[in-house]
Design a protein. Structure first.
Lengths: 97, 183
């Protein structure tokens, strides 16, 4: 099942990348990043079946980092929304050259 | 679970994989953030089912608990809190140029990954016997094979995780707090 899992993992990762590139809503971009993390987790689990259980331990750590990232990232989005009253990244262009 | 896979197993693996991919596609194309979030929850449930099929029962359970349960609820709460439903927020897809660029990047990434999968370098000295993980789970239970390396080999990483979570909690509280001194 390794090849099939890697196939689904790659497809889900690419959908996440395309989502990040085509959307402007900060929250949806953030969810696309979560989808990419999930896709990589699927690869880890598939490799764990072949190369030993360390892959599943790594998934555990990835999930922890994702939880921390979601907490901080959403707090940043809320702070941003308080200042600019939008989460549209097109209108948040302070650093744009 | 290796060796002769039953048609039942293979069918369900492909079924959940297909539902995951279709839900992910619907997720990136929905305009409403709430609909997008719910499709992403669906993707995560399908991934949990695939983890169970890949001998990772514990990971499947925490996928449902942590990802589909906790993280996505936080996302939905933020969407609700910011009241992101009005039309100016809904029309957020980028223009045609960006879509073409994204499609090109997507195709390039897919081609790259498929090329790498074809040219997978076998590491026979590392590979377990087919079904070794399933046998280990059958004798030790689903959690013990993960818990042992987690608390021995990866103990430092595990402890550092607690520091990371503490930093995330403090960061979220500080960022989310309304500023008292401003004004």
């Amino acid at each position: 099942m390794l090849a099939e899992s890697l196939f689904f993992s790659a497809v889900l990762f690419v959908i996440g990348v395309v989502g990040v590139l085509t959307r402007r809503n900060a929250i949806i971009i953030f969810m696309c990043v979560e989808l990419m993390l999930n896709a990589v987790n699927l690869s880890f689990v598939a490799f764990a079946q072949v190369y030993g259980v360390a892959g599943q331990v790594f998934v555990f750590f990835v999930m922890t980092v994702a939880a921390a990232e979601a907490a901080v990232g959403l707090a940043i989005i809320i702070a941003l929304f308080r200042h600019r009253h939008t989460v549209n990244l097109e209108q948040i262009n302070l650093l744009k050259g | 679970m290796q060796g002769e896979l039953s048609i039942f197993y293979t069918f369900h693996f492909y079924l959940f994989g297909l539902i995951a991919v279709v839900s992910a596609l619907l997720f990136v194309t929905r305009k409403s953030p709430v609909a997008a979030a719910l499709w992403l929850v669906n993707t995560m449930f399908c991934l949990a089912a695939m983890y169970v099929l890949l001998d990772a029962q514990f990971i499947g359970v925490i996928q449902v608990l942590v990802y589909a349960g906790a993280i996505m609820v936080v996302f939905l709460f933020v969407i609700m809190l910011l009241n992101l439903g009005h039309p100016s927020e809904l029309a957020d897809a980028r223009g045609l140029g960006w879509k073409l660029a994204a499609g090109f990047v997507g195709l390039a990434l897919l081609a790259e990954v498929f090329a790498l999968t074809r040219a997978r370098i076998p590491l026979p000295f590392l590979e377990l016997k087919p079904g070794a993980l399933a046998a280990q789970i059958a004798t030790e239970g689903a959690i013990a094979p993960i818990a042992k390396p987690l608390f021995t080999e990866y103990l430092l990483a595990f402890e550092l995780t607690s520091v990371l979570l503490l930093a995330a909690i403090v960061g979220a509280v500080v960022l989310g707090r309304r500023r008292q001194d401003a004004g």
